[in-house]
Design a protein around this ligand. Structure first.
Ligand code: ADP
Length: 432
């Protein structure tokens, strides 16, 4: 059994049906048996056998439903209902309308549980049962003597009330279930639409300066040689390169999200010296840190060796560092790398805007943000990807913050390899 709300609602619906139906069946059984004995009625005796079979099947279905076999329980009670109707039609001739209703009620019961071939079989059986009732009770005369008319009317009324009541009840539960599914689907579509508008805006942001810079470069290169300034050209090229880098990062994030969604996030762990890796990452952010006026400080123990996927670990570092600079400009950013027992702990602390307490958990979810898109660009994917990478590596990542005073992100990972043998790969300083 899964714990999805959809599945939980389905199980609830089945249990509700069985809970309601069992006492009703027992009630009918007792009435039939009592009158069969008192009136010595073969018709009611046959009816008792039919209801008896159904009651036993319902009791068994209840056990199956409790054990989590929803489909088997629904099919068992559905087919038992048809068997009851087939036998009942031979004896309780006067119940024609009630007996015709029952297979339809059975379909309403079985519908959400049976897979397509099973459901088709059940529907054919229900249709066959109705044909049988039509022929035996509608066209032919009674096979056995029927009980007195007064009793017929009472039993008929009870059967119809039970059938209609149960069918309406099941349709009501189904309607609620459908409405809940619809609300969830609408929410998902709204989230997707919002994401598409944010994503296109984010992709457009680097594209505009990029195209402007390329136009400028083209103009400069076409101008007379005397006007050409290599410094200005280099500056423009550098700006264009930065915008391309931003675009690549955005597209990489989107690709990672679809990989994670499809369960295809691959890790290639290697034994890596992490202090060096962190230092390299920080050096990649030096220019940006200088631009926003945030000194980067590192506090690290002597070489720390662990088995991690170096490029994915770099991605985690990049996400945390870029956020610290983005949300804490003008204030220092402190990075700390330490080991404790068999775990390594990486802390990235800033003194920026901080995170509202209500958002501290949800910012790790897909597309979740705690700031207005008008003030800070971003897709709300960096921390989602970060958490997925860290968790796939057997670790945890948490945020702590005092709003207005900064945020601290702590990543903990199992060390994996404690010894420092020679085959430790030293990360390259990758150019930013
Ligand atoms: P993005 O920064 O693109 O919005 P992230 O997934 O990296 O996406 O971050 C999600 C949200 O978490 C951000 O929108 C921001 O509200 C909040 N956040 C992340 N890091 C910090 C930080 N260092 N300080 C304050 N808020 C942060």
């Amino acid at each position: 059994m899964t714990d999805s709300p959809e599945e939980a609602l389905k199980q609830l619906r089945l249990r509700q049906f069985l809970q309601l139906m069992l006492p009703i069946a027992v009630g009918f059984l007792l009435i039939y048996i009592a009158f069969a004995i008192v009136l010595r009625s073969t018709a009611l005796m046959g009816g008792s056998v039919a209801v008896g079979i159904y009651t036993v099947a319902l009791a068994r279905a209840r056990v199956l439903a409790q054990q989590g076999y929803g489909e088997r329980a629904a099919l068992l009670s559905g087919y038992a209902l048809l068997v009851m109707v087939v036998i009942g039609a031979c004896f309780v001739h006067f119940l024609l309308a009630g007996l015709l209703m029952m297979p339809i009620a059975g379909v309403a019961l079985v519908l959400p549980y049976a897979e397509r071939p099973g459901l088709r079989r059940y529907m054919i059986a229900a249709f066959g049962t109705d044909l049988w009732v039509m022929v035996v009770d509608g066209l032919l005369p009674p096979l056995v003597e029927q009980p007195p008319e007064g009793l017929q009317r009472v039993v008929f009324a009870l059967v119809v009330v039970a059938c209609v009541g149960l069918t309406l009840r099941m349709l009501w539960v189904d309607a609620l279930r459908l409405r809940e599914s619809l609300t969830r689907a609408e929410k998902a579509v709204a989230t997707r639409d919002e994401f598409l508008s944010v994503a296109s805006h984010e992709l457009k942001t680097p594209l505009t300066p990029l195209s402007l810079k390329l136009q400028t470069l083209q103009r400069e290169l076409l101008a007379p040689a005397s006007v050409l300034s290599p410094e200005r050209t280099l500056r423009n090229l550098e700006i264009a390169r930065r915008q391309v880098k931003k675009l690549v990062e955005l597209v990489d994030d989107l690709l990672d999200v679809s990989r994670i969604g499809a369960g295809r996030l691959e890790l290639h762990p290697a034994r890596v010296e992490l202090t060096e890796l962190v230092r390299n990452a920080m050096s990649r952010f030096e220019a940006e840190a200088l631009r926003v006026g945030s000194p980067l400080e590192l506090e690290a123990a002597s070489p720390v060796v662990s088995r991690v996927d170096p490029s994915r670990f770099e991605q985690v570092l990049d996400n945390l560092l870029s956020n610290a600079l983005k949300y804490g400009p003008g204030k220092p950013v402190r990075v700390r790398l330490e080991t404790q027992d068999s775990r390594l702990r990486l802390t990235v602390r800033d003194e920026g805007i901080g995170i509202p307490t209500e958002a501290i958990e949800r910012i790790f979810d897909r597309f979740e943000r705690a700031v207005s898109g008008r003030h800070y660009g971003g897709l709300g994917l960096g921390l989602y990807i970060t958490r997925r990478i860290v968790e796939a590596s057997g670790g945890t990542v948490v945020a702590a913050s005092t709003p207005g005073q900064g945020a601290t992100f702590t990543v903990e990972l199992p060390l994996g390899a404690e010894d420092r043998s020679e085959d430790v790969s030293t990360p390259r300083v990758s150019a930013s």
